[in-house]
Each structure stands twice: as C-alpha cells, then as structure tokens.
Design a protein around this ligand. Structure first.
Ligand SMILES: Nc1ncnc2c1ncn2[C@@H]1O[C@H](COP(=O)(O)OP(=O)(O)OP(=O)(O)O)[C@@H](O)[C@H]1O
Ligand SMILES: [Mg+2]
Length: 269
C-alpha cells in the first residue's frame, strides 16, 4: 500500500496539454492486419526534442506503428502530422529491428553510411566529410572500409545508426536497436545514442522490449496495451542527462520502473 502511494507521488502522468512542443501528432489511426483489428481510432502525440520509448506486449503492434508513422506502411485510416507538416516535408531516420538484414551486404560500412547522402545528391567530397563527422561523433574505433560481415553485431548496429543520422533527420526511429546485441555493446551504443541526442536534440522514438532500458533512456515512456492496442499510460522520467549506471539505483528511477511494470502487468494479460 505504502509503495503504491510512493509511486503516485513520484510518477507524473502527462496528458496532451502537458507536452510542450509536439513533433508527431497521429489522429484516428485505424489498422487491420490479417483480418484482425490492431489499431482502432488511435491517437498519439510525441514531444519534440525528447526521447520517447515505447514499451508493450509482444505482437501488440509496436513495429507496425513505427512503420506507419515513418510512411513505410499505409494505415487503413488516420492522419499524421510532423510539426504540423506532412510526412513528405520531414527527414526521418530509421533503425530497423534486425541489424543483420538492415545493411547492404555488398557495400562497405562507409558506403552504407553514405547511401542516403548519395540518394540526396551530395557530392563525393560532401559525403566523405559527413561520414568523417559521424565517425568522430561516434568515436568509431574500427575500419569503415570493411564489409558488414567483417564487423561485430555492435559495430554493424553502430553503422546502421550512423546511416540513419547521415541526412541529419528531424526525427529518429529505432525499433529495438539493442535486442540482438550483447550487454557490453548495448551499454556502449546506448551511451553513444545519449551523446548524439545531447549534441543534436533530435526527436527520438525508440521501441524497447527491456523496461529498464526504456526508462533509463526515456523522457517519456509510452506503455501500450495488448491488441486492439491503446495507450495504457504515458509516464515522464525527468532525471538529468547523461544518465549513467548510477541512474539505475536512483529512487525515482526504481519507482518509475516499478510503476511501469505494474501497468504493463495489468494491461498485457
Ligand atoms: N503482414 C501481416 N499480416 C498479418 N498479420 C501481421 C502482419 N504483420 C504483422 N502481423 C501481426 O500483427 C501484430 C503486430 O505485429 P508487430 O510486428 O507490429 O508487433 P510488435 O509489437 O512489434 O511485436 P514484437 O514485440 O514481436 O516486435 C502481430 O500479431 C503480427 O503477428
Ligand atoms: Mg516489433
């Protein structure tokens, strides 16, 4: 009982009015897959310049949601606006759920990162400069002239993230970017992602299947229900950045994680 009261004091729920500066507004989203409803009249707001982590049961439609917002999959109904603009007017970066399938295997790491810049019409010299900038920003310690199969999983995922940021997107989507990585690589890339966020202020929307990781990285944690999928709750975690391993034992962190787990248990079963 007393623990519950503690959660209530510590956990701030935000509503639409509580987010200052929206980057993504989804209204009336409806999507059926395989004849079953996944989303029905679903609304969502994502704050600008924040990290939002999405956490929900397996198969509730997290990847489908990101794919629809990113314009890779058509919803049956609904509207999406990005700072009031349509999708065609914003730059989006996307890191896919499975890094093994994400990179072009016939291209060296460098050429993979350059690929969106080539599509955008940048000269060879401009592309080289941008890759060097990213390599410095990410403190890359391996040879970017290697092919993906010559790199570790963590290195390949880093290349995927660098590629997604090459065109300086306004919004970066990451679908379980650490799920196939070992713990050491996960910690290292998580912290690099925090550094990039601090340096660029890019809006980040990340799906995670690890609640601890979601709370650790997020300003806003979006807890989803089982299908038909709704937002069970939005939770705010305002600890200062950079967050470190000490954050994991911070009482506010512990309380918010416990509260989120309670909501998840209630809504996922
Ligand atoms: N093309 C499709 N046709 C029919 N059903 C589909 C299709 N793609 C996905 N689904 C189903 O829709 C649901 C949502 O899938 P999605 O991959 O978005 O879930 P998720 O929350 O990302 O899952 P996970 O936690 O496994 O990554 C799942 O039940 C999946 O089996
Ligand atoms: Mg998924």
């Amino acid at each position: 009982m007393s623990a519950n009261v503690g959660y209530q004091n510590n956990v701030k729920q935000i509503n639409q009015a509580g987010i200052s500066g929206l980057d993504i507004v989804v209204t009336g989203l409806t999507k059926y897959l395989g004849g079953k409803v996944l989303y029905e009249d679903f609304d969502l707001q994502i704050a600008r310049g924040k990290i939002t982590c999405i956490f929900g049961p397996n198969g509730c439609g997290k990847s489908t949601l990101l794919n629809m917002i990113a314009g890779l999959l058509q919803p049956d109904k609904g509207q999406m606006k990005f700072g009031g603009k349509p999708r065609s007017q914003v730059q989006i970066g996307y890191v896919f759920q499975n890094y093994r399938d994400a990179l072009f295997p016939w291209l060296r790491a460098r050429a993979n990162i350059e690929y969106p810049l080539l599509s955008a019409g940048l000269s060879r010299r401009q592309r080289q400069i941008r890759v060097e900038e990213l390599a410095q920003q990410f403190n890359v310690g391996f040879d970017l002239d290697r092919y993906p199969y010559e790199l570790s999983g963590g290195q390949q995922q880093l290349v995927s993230i660098m590629r997604s940021l090459a065109t300086r997107p306004n919004i970066l989507f990451l679908d379980e970017p650490f799920s196939a990585l070992d713990y050491e690589a996960t910690l290292a890339i998580r912290d690099k992602l925090q550094d990039v966020f601090a340096a660029t202020g890019v809006t980040i929307v990340m799906i995670s299947h690890d609640l601890e990781e979601a709370v650790y990285l997020a300003d806003h944690i979006l807890l989803l229900t089982k299908r038909p999928t709704r937002i069970a709750e939005r939770v705010v975690f305002e600890a200062s950045r950079p967050r470190t391993l000490d954050t994991l034992s911070d009482p506010e962190f512990v309380s918010i994680k416990a509260h989120s787990l309670d909501v998840f248990r209630r809504e996922a079963s």
